[in-house]
Design a protein around this ligand. Structure first.
Ligand code: ZN
Length: 131
């Protein structure tokens, strides 16, 4: 498998733009979308503890996300990433450790640029712009 090394941001396609703050109806895109291909290995951008292995949508169990909380308490979430088998809540991970496999988001949003969504949340629920 290929490691996720892309830092190319998704530009505008028929579903919008992957930049921070891009419009999403009456809301804003509170993360950054990084272009990558399904099947690539996704690595954690920070060291910390795995705090959630979640589901992205209420209407399907297909799409997953991995949340790693860093020492400062920020919650880093990678969406459309299927957690690696054996990855568990409470597990410590180092920066750039593989945590999952990129999923095919274009199967849900036809013609969207393949990507993962990266967002960072503070403990109070507000967002931080990923650098
Ligand atoms: Zn996004």
């Amino acid at each position: 498998m290929k490691a996720l090394v892309s830092l190319e941001v998704r530009t505008t396609d028929k579903h919008g733009s992957g930049h921070w703050g891009a419009p999403r109806g009456d809301r804003q895109h509170m993360g950054v979308d990084y272009v990558c291909k399904p099947g690539w290995l996704a690595v954690t951008p920070v060291g910390g503890v795995v705090t959630r292995l979640g589901w992205c949508y209420r209407d399907t169990q297909e799409y997953r996300y991995v949340e790693v909380t860093d020492v400062g308490g920020l919650r880093h979430r990678l969406f459309y990433v299927k957690p690696l088998a054996g990855l568990s809540i409470g597990q410590r991970v180092d920066i750039h450790d593989p945590v999952g496999v990129v999923q095919d988001i274009a199967a849900r949003y036809p013609e969207i640029t393949p990507h993962i969504h990266y967002e960072i949340k503070r403990q109070d629920g507000t967002y931080v712009k990923p650098a």
